[in-house]
Design a protein around this ligand. Sequence first.
Ligand code: MGD
Ligand code: MGD
Ligand code: SF4
Ligand code: MO
Length: 687
Amino acid sequence: MDFKYVPTTCPYCGTGCGFNLVVADGKVVGVQPWQRNPVNEGKLCPKGTYAWEFINHPDRLTKPLIKKDGKFVEATWDEAYKLIAQKFKSYKGDEIQCLSSARVSNEENYLMNKFARAVLKTPNIDHCARLCHASTVVGLAGTFGSGAMTNSIEDIGESKCVFVLGSNTFENHPLIGRQIMLAKKRGGKVIVADPRLTPTAKQADLFMQFHSGTDVAILNGLMQYIIKNGWENKDFIKNRTKDFEKLKEVVMKPDYALDKVSKISGIPEDQLKTAAEWIAKAESSNVLYSMGITQHTTGVDNVKSVANLQMLTGHLGKRGGGVNALRGQNNVQGACDMGALPNVYSGYQAVINPDFQKKMKEAWGVSDIAAGRVGYTVTEMVNVLADTPGKLKCLYIMGENPMISDPDLHHVEKGLKNAEFIVVQDIFLTETAQLADVVLPAACYAEKDGTQTSTERRVQKWRKAQDPPGEAKPDWQIICELAKVMGFEKQFPFKSPEEIFTEVAKVTPSYGGMDYVRLEKPEALHWPCPAKDHPGTPILHKEKFAHPDGLGVFTPIEFKYPAEVPDNEFPIILTTGRCIWHWHTGSMTRRSPDLAREEPTGWVEINDDDAKEWGIKDKEMIKAVTRRGEITIGARVTKGIKRGEVFIPFHFVECAANVLTNNALDPTAKIPEFKACALRIEKIKEA
Ligand SMILES: Nc1nc2c(c(=O)[nH]1)N[C@H]1C(S)=C(S)[C@@H](COP(=O)(O)OP(=O)(O)OC[C@H]3O[C@@H](n4cnc5c(=O)[nH]c(N)nc54)[C@H](O)[C@@H]3O)O[C@H]1N2
Ligand SMILES: Nc1nc2c(c(=O)[nH]1)N[C@H]1C(S)=C(S)[C@@H](COP(=O)(O)OP(=O)(O)OC[C@H]3O[C@@H](n4cnc5c(=O)[nH]c(N)nc54)[C@H](O)[C@@H]3O)O[C@H]1N2
Ligand code: SF4
Ligand SMILES: [Mo]
């Protein structure tokens, strides 16, 4: 047998671990460690270990499908392209929405951004970052002038105090979790604050359990206590920041005294005191946060509060410090960098800026790029479809599954059914693809070259290990061929991902110094990397922040409750999230036998005292009901969750958490409140 090892980057989380795909007789048959990879040094979590199992699954899409009389019929690529081109041309730009994907490469996201704007003439392009770190991008851009993770992954292991807030790092970024353990081994303290005693929380020196949605109160309380004790970093505040007095006016209010904060959050006062002291007095202290902070109607407020704490204590621009927003999907950082967002072209160049409009028109060789209006976000798209039928008519969805991942699924379904024409490009026939008019079979990560950008802004390579199944094609090739049929061959002449990357580097300043030769080495490059002789930038804001005056901005934030709070009818808080074995909507992990076996279906975590009071036994099937809908799901009774709160993972279509969730949005970031709504549990009556 002919064996080959192909080094590539894991297609799951934003950590960006490297591994080797093992290829036998032209097919991927396993994963083997890549010892010299600097991110994970040969170690992998279960998803990485089994990231080969779905690749040759019999359910892979192998031919284009066209829906006729309600049924999918196999078609040739020519037939599919002709139909799509004819339909796309029949709509005005404003009536079309594109969804790009954090699962595909930078090159493919860049092309989707170009296709939407230059070919379809629509400003409506977005992707799942909206459901994820939209609050980070807005919040950190406001405070630091740049919306990315400030430090590198390796750096976390050097911290003297790691404050994990709203991140279940051990399950969701396991190889970053490894750095937390390294920090601990080297004498650092670990604080975890979470409503649940997660595997991450179990490793903490101090675990603070609190009610979802009370983060701002907690952070303001910590800051008040630090200032009261004179532990703030006065030099840093004076030299590197502005508006400290404004911050003080709010955080010093009696509302944020620790006894009050303790009542709001449910965290004992002495724990808050210990946390404040450890954070302020440590030589270096970082915050690791993720969805617990961002997925709220106050997501931007939460992010800015985290930034306030880190500026107050001066833990920025140095090793072991930072605001480390752990980006979720393998390439969500890259999809944002590449302009798969409604308000910016690649490199965060604003679409409303005439200079950038001109630059892009010239670079792309087109006279119209739907400029001047910011398009719809994913969340606005669903609302427009559902609530004002006829305004949006046509969707082009690449590598997203909103029929499980968006909040309030009944509303999403109503919206998607209002669309006249939907194209879905995926590797499996997902719940969303089933609603499409045309389905295009895409190649997966193992079947194409390309680059992806991890949470630490490291731009790494995917390397092709096998051919795609049947007639499936890489997303970049599909977009180029479609552009050609639409009459834009000149603008999409690309024969390889490398050619696309060359254009990316030309129009995107932070990627300007990168090329495929430089990215070939295992350590790759961190952006910003503006010139060929620039070494890349692992730590941001070392000397100054990215605002024109170089100063970080303190933003006073008042605490607000979530959009929906418990009442008599719905007395329990519902929070949602993930488990280590599964990935989002399960399209890949539920088709990986070694992962699927571990958690074959969903569950609801209920505190054991609550369960006793409500008369619910472990494994009992119950009904979970909110104002949006209801599901039937098995109970998992545990000591590990705060009383009055339950947790449901959102991976499982048969008991989909998002039937229940609230689509109330953060006013600026437009991220939904996945992390807190009000719920009732009903016993199922025996027949
Ligand atoms: N195994 C696995 N790994 C993944 C993913 C996956 O689907 N599966 N998805 C990836 C993606 S895209 C993302 S964005 C990341 C997400 O990574 P995480 O943010 O770590 O994941 P979640 O489970 O959504 O939520 C994190 C924690 O927030 C807590 N929480 C709930 N409510 C609140 C609150 O109000 N405040 C605070 N501070 N915490 C709260 C939850 O109890 C949970 O422990 O994971 C990435 N990694
Ligand atoms: N209740 C609740 N809901 C949530 C969250 C939560 O915490 N709670 N978290 C939210 C977050 S943070 C996120 S990021 C979203 C994720 O939401 P989605 O992005 O919708 O979820 P995925 O299942 O990752 O969908 C990716 C799709 O891409 C396909 N795919 C994989 N590789 C390729 C490829 O190479 N090409 C193409 N064309 N397709 C490919 C997969 O089969 C899959 O269908 O979910 C959000 N929804
Ligand atoms: S930690 Fe993330 S990138 Fe690393 S192997 Fe696990 S899923 Fe893949
Ligand atoms: Mo995410």
